[in-house]
Design a protein around this ligand. Structure first.
Ligand code: UDP
Ligand code: MG
Length: 330
């Protein structure tokens, strides 16, 4: 590392590129070379410093060798190889961690995104936006299994998260590096990066981008993904609205349960007094007990979640706020 810096200063070259293009790769051997050429042509036209980072997500075809071959010829190409398949989100996270660009652009490596759109995304970044989301207005995928579920999911996500984007599933997106590097990625959460970014105060916009049908290989996903996305949405909503105050969710449920227990207990007593119904033989009596136990458990869960949140924030020194910039503070 130290040697690298020395070398860079000696030759007077700037080491931080303006643009990092990150492409996750999982078994895309037929597309790789063409994808590289498309990105390369497009970034060359932009006339800014750049790096192209391919993340090989444990491919079992010829993709790894093809990528290495490209990287030997072109020093602007960097490759990260995973030991096994960790999934697209992990590949994108590795891309972020290994990128140095002021702006990071993601795109797929299966030729479905249009590399020529990178320039348009960057124009929006230069206008001052932190996140520019691609919107496949004319998407070339199957209608029933892909386009319709995606429409519904996007509609729901934008309603629930209040981030008004049409196409979270589109990989082609640009981020200001300083914003992106503050977002932590888990599980299969890459499509929620704009949502996370908006929580930390990023300004977001979208532009229509081109889209092509898959030419080679096949999609790594099916209809199952829609359900996963819906489950992720629940997590995202929880994290966004209640992450620093989980007792509101669990404690709230506990209080509702407690009220139900009270009503059910009251019914047992009134039935005894007015209708002479035996208390121990009344099923509502059992219900009251169950609800009371549930209420106690919910409230205790809330307390445990509160403790965990505190451990999480304090052990990793994650602040409950994000600073845009400071003046005269070093
Ligand atoms: N991908 C990956 N790891 C995976 C699955 C997919 O890196 O486990 C990559 C894949 O090579 C492609 C991108 O993620 O570059 C999007 O995948 P795909 O084209 O299969 O998704 P679709 O376009 O059908 O939504
Ligand atoms: Mg694809």
């Amino acid at each position: 590392m130290a040697r690298e810096i020395k070398k860079a200063t000696a030759s007077g070259k700037k080491t931080v590129p303006y643009l990092s293009v990150v492409l996750p790769v999982y078994n895309e051997e037929e597309s790789i070379e063409l994808q590289y050429r498309a990105v390369n042509d497009s970034v060359k036209k932009i006339k800014k410093t750049y790096e192209i980072i391919f993340v090989n997500d444990g491919s079992s075809d010829k993709s790894p060798e093809l990528l290495d071959k490209i990287a030997v010829k072109d020093k602007n190409v960097k490759v990260v190889h995973f030991r096994r398949n960790f999934g697209q989100t992990a590949a994108m996270a590795a891309g972020i961690d290994h990128s140095k660009g002021e702006v990071v652009v993601f795109m797929d490596s299966d030729l479905q995104n249009e590399a020529g759109d990178i320039e348009n995304l960057l124009k929006k970044i230069e206008e001052g936006y932190d996140v520019v989301s691609g919107w496949r207005k004319n998407r070339q995928d199957k209608l029933i299994s892909r386009k319709i579920p995606s429409r519904i999911a996007n509609w729901l996500i934008s309603r629930v998260t209040k981030v008004p984007l049409h196409d979270l599933g589109c990989s082609l997106k640009a981020y200001r590096g300083e914003v992106l590097r503050q977002v932590h990625l888990y599980g299969e959460m890459h499509r929620f990066i704009p949502v996370h970014a908006s929580w930390i105060g990023a300004s977001i916009t979208e532009i229509p981008v081109g889209h092509h049908a898959r030419q080679f290989g096949k999609s790594k996903y099916g209809i199952k993904r829609t359900f996963k996305v819906m489950l992720d949405l629940i997590t995202v909503k929880f994290m966004g609205s209640y992450f620093t105050k989980p007792i509101y969710v669990f404690g709230g449920t506990g209080i509702v349960t407690l009220i139900l227990a009270f009503l059910s207990g009251l019914a047992v007593i009134l039935m005894k007094l007015l209708m002479k119904v035996d208390m121990t033989g009344n099923p509502l009596f059992m219900l009251t007990i169950v609800l009371l136990i549930l209420a106690a458990i919910f409230i205790q869960l809330g307390i445990i979640a509160e403790i965990m949140i505190r451990v999480y924030h304090e052990s990793q020194s994650i602040p409950p706020y994000r600073v845009k910039k400071t003046v005269n503070i070093k």
